[in-house]
Design a protein around this ligand. Sequence first.
Ligand code: FES
Ligand code: FES
Length: 153
Amino acid sequence: MEVKFVLNHMDIVVNARPDEYLAETLRNLGILSVRVGCNESNCGTCTVLINDKPAMSCSVLTAQVEGKKVTTVEDIQEEANKIADYFSDEGADQCGFCLVGFALVVHALTKEYKDPTDEEIRNYLVGNLCRCSGYHAQFLAVKKYLAEVKKHA
Ligand code: FES
Ligand code: FES
């Protein structure tokens, strides 16, 4: 089936099976930043933004993004690098497998909340798992990054 959507500001058309998930479609398009970990909506490594909201691309059918806007980390590379630096400074990155998903979620968080509470931050990050580091370091990294964003808003 033909599916049209906007990927990182580009109009694209793909031929996808009715049972094809977005993660597979994106990787077939060469978007290898989309990483499949658990493949069952549990880890968040496959996170993309659909109409600016985080979504797990392993559990969204490609047909469901018809007419929508899909954003991957390639579109926010500069910001993702900055977020990665904050993670690194807090010792919150080790293998780095989870970082793409976190960068997209943190980006979406900055757009949705001007001044999120600690609880709102934690709730926003809850779907993204990290097998290596403790979540406290990541939380601190995100808090510091958000403070920096706020300073320049
Ligand atoms: S690979 Fe999609 S949530 Fe884990
Ligand atoms: S740093 Fe390895 S999974 Fe997060």
